[in-house]
Design a protein around this ligand. Structure first.
Ligand SMILES: [Fe+2]
Ligand SMILES: [Fe+2]
Length: 214
């Protein structure tokens, strides 16, 4: 682990996350200097949206922000277990920074339950709900096209055609379930709008390619 910034938990979290994201991007793209770091772009978007949601729902901003920076820190190391491992990392890492000690358990709790694209049962804790909603909001709007698509295209061994790219974009049945799983009112509203825009975008692409708008 690199030297930890003990005076700024935010900077310390950013540094650790960016490092993990670079490692993931190098491995995914097979390039020493990846053209796109999906995980870093994703996490920054989650932080921005989680803070906005925290303000609107009166959730604890520090808990939400720290959880957002660290939620995917173990994604590359262990995809299926990354939520639990990320929570463990937060419990060990944050005490080495100036992050308020009394809020660390809540950060870890939010990280530990953030995985999954939809939920059968809603989460109970407000900060956990906000992290979950912000994380999933980044995957169902036009942002998804800008984040997930380059990530897919840059993977070694992938060969795409325009048709397969559109199929990749449209292959997202789960997105309706995600919108139905949102916990907070602002996420529910924005989520429904974003999903509509995303579907409209792919429909328009198909229309243009076939010249149906001519
Ligand atoms: Fe995750
Ligand atoms: Fe995430």
């Amino acid at each position: 682990m690199a030297k930890i910034d003990k005076k700024s938990w935010r900077k310390a979290c950013q540094k650790e996350m960016e490092k993990a994201a670079l490692k993931e991007a190098k491995s995914r793209t097979g390039k020493k200097t990846p053209a796109f770091m999906y995980r870093w772009e994703h996490v920054q978007a989650v932080v921005a949206q989680a803070l906005k949601l925290a303000k609107k729902t009166k959730a604890d901003k520090e808990i939400v922000e720290a959880a957002a920076w660290l939620h995917d820190i173990k994604k590359f190391e262990d995809g299926p277990k990354h939520a639990k491992l990320g929570a463990k990392f937060a419990l060990e890492f944050l005490p080495k920074t100036d992050f308020p000690a009394e809020k660390i358990d809540a950060v870890a709790a939010a990280i530990s339950v953030h995985a999954g694209l939809w939920r059968d049962k809603p989460l109970k804790n407000l900060e956990s709900q906000v992290l979950w909603d912000a994380d999933k909001l980044t995957k169902i709007g036009l942002t998804a096209a800008f984040h997930l698509l380059p990530n897919e295209l840059l993977r070694p061994g992938r060969q795409h055609t325009t048709e397969s790219i559109v199929a990749f974009g449209k292959n997202a049945e789960w997105q309706s379930k995600t919108v139905a799983s949102f916990h907070t009112e602002p996420a529910r509203k924005a989520g429904a709008k974003r999903l509509k825009s995303l579907r409209k975008m792919w429909d328009q692409v198909e229309k243009e390619l076939a010249g149906k708008d001519l």
